[in-house]
Design a protein around this ligand. Structure first.
Ligand SMILES: [Zn+2]
Length: 487
């Protein structure tokens, strides 16, 4: 049994100026793929021969460059064609996120799946495992035999989902069933911070899947929330069911769709959320410390560029106006080329290696988007994702800058920068809901509706290509009758 495995895993904000390319992707080939995915083979795995294609995965970012996608495609489809020529393949397994954008392309995963179908023909099964924040276009749905996604957000069932797809692939090859599948598009688009499955209505909605699968005798049933930061017609919720009875897959998809639509008003931010001014005011007067503020619009974990300074500027102004002496840390800003104002008023760029010699001198650091921050360089540090970093301090206000995009989600990262969370009064991070260690450390917190490439207030973003009607853009109360697409 020869199963070809590969994929492309990224979520790309089309509202980001960042371009994801060669440096952003971690690439697996050959043995790397066999080791990574071979663990999902059933016990009698000896009969399974994994044919490694290429798998590339990146942090959420901006659209993928044409150059990277062309190189990836050449390798991926080249290896697939070679495998077909040299011994054939019995199945193709795709591991993708589902929200990739490539400059100039609208439906990356659909195009990949369609090309695979062209190459392998109608008889060879294709299975695909995704993130529930991916999108399911008709093209993708039509091209694959089996499609599944995570059932938890935050995602704690990634391995389970990957295994489910692997096992389904093996069954498809062994049993040669006539597998039917149904898809319903749900006209709602939600930001990630409203789609937690740990709280209602997500908990019950995703919680119904096991029951529906059992009651309708399905192979699988999945719910996608979709990715809201791409301006594409495929961005919205979706449901897919698979089973051997066409009536059952249709009925199950319909049932889940009705439930999804019925709870559409109930999706809410998973924690205290407000706009900039009230959030800043709350943090400045709070006696609970550390008070965490989450600068959500620039969250690199969802595709933010990690360089907006609007919120920092507003926070710093309010801090000074209040005469505050609170200890405040802003983590962090992506500053690939640090610059300071030169004595003659011009700009002096300094590589990270040269920064230590500035230690102790008060300088005006020229941060992104015209934010001039007068500070002394307090400390250099190294971050696993962010590379070289520096702590810039103005009194009790510290701003962390890093050479590459990163997100300060763990205590260890702060400690590397010389910051003990409990010693701070206010800590600003760029994420949505707080990562577990930060959440445990927070005496109080608020998610802030800041603008940016992953603005959580979707109606503020300049969309042009979404399919309508779509909540929240057209309100939540238009008529919706589920249309079931069956294959
Ligand atoms: Zn996700």
């Amino acid at each position: 049994m020869r199963i070809a495995i590969g994929g492309l895993h990224i979520e790309s904000s089309e509202f980001s100026e960042y371009r994801s390319s060669f440096d952003d992707f971690r690439v697996l080939e050959d043995e790397g793929i066999v080791e990574r995915y071979g663990i999902y083979a059933p016990e009698a795995g000896d009969a399974i021969d994994i044919v490694p294609l290429i798998h590339a995965r990146a942090l959420p970012g901006g659209p993928v460059t044409c150059e990277f996608f062309a190189a990836w495609s050449e390798r991926f489809f080249g290896l697939l064609e070679q495998a077909i020529a040299e011994g054939g393949v019995d199945g193709v397994l795709l591991y993708v996120h589902g929200a990739a954008s490539v400059v100039g392309m609208d439906d990356v995963e659909g195009a990949i799946a369609a090309r695979v179908r062209e190459l392998v023909g109608a008889e060879v099964p294709i299975a695909c495992a995704m993130d529930l924040h991916g999108n399911v276009s008709d093209e993708l749905f039509d091209a694959v035999d089996y499609l599944t996604c995570y059932r938890t957000a935050p995602h704690v069932d990634e391995a389970e989902t990957e295994m489910r797809a692997f096992r389904a692939m093996v069954r498809l090859i062994e049993e040669r069933p006539h597998l039917h599948r149904a898809k319903v598009d749900i006209p709602i688009l939600l930001p990630g911070e409203k789609t937690s499955t740990e709280v209602e209505p997500g908990a019950s909605l995703y919680g119904m899947l096991e029951r529906v699968i059992a009651e309708h005798g399905l192979w699988d049933a999945s719910i996608w929330m979709g990715y809201p930061w791409a301006d594409q017609a495929r961005c919205h919720g979706a449901i897919v069911t698979e089973g051997t009875s066409i009536a059952e897959v249709r009925a199950a998809a319909d049932e889940i769709a009705e439930t999804y639509w019925a709870v559409r008003h109930e999706f809410a931010f998973v924690g205290p959320t407000d706009h900039e001014a009230p959030a800043i005011a709350a943090a400045l007067v709070s006696e609970r410390q550390p008070f965490f503020l989450s600068d959500m619009g620039d969250n690199p974990g969802a595709g933010g560029f990690d360089d907006t300074t609007g919120f920092l500027r507003e926070l710093h102004e309010a801090y000074r106006a209040a005469g505050s002496e609170k200890r405040l840390t802003y983590a962090s800003l992506y500053v690939p080329k640090p610059a300071v104002r030169a004595d003659d008023g011009g700009t002096l760029e300094l590589p990270y290696e040269a920064l230590p010699m500035l230690r102790g001198r008060e300088l005006t650091f020229l941060l992104p988007h015209g934010f001039a921050f007068t500070a002394t360089l307090e400390r250099m540090f190294v971050d696993a994702m962010g590379g070289e970093g520096a702590v810039l301090a103005n009194g009790n206000v510290k701003v962390l800058i890093t050479q590459a995009r990163t997100q300060f989600g763990t205590r260890r990262q702060f400690e590397a920068a010389g910051i003990t969370l409990e010693d701070e009064d206010i800590v600003v991070v760029k994420m949505g809901y707080l990562e577990p260690e930060l959440s445990a450390a927070a005496a109080d917190w608020m998610m802030v509706l800041t603008p940016g490439a992953v603005d959580q207030d979707l109606v503020r973003l300049p969309f042009h290509h979404l399919s309508h009607p779509l909540a929240p853009f057209d309100g939540f109360d238009f008529d919706f009758a589920p249309e079931v697409r069956v294959r």
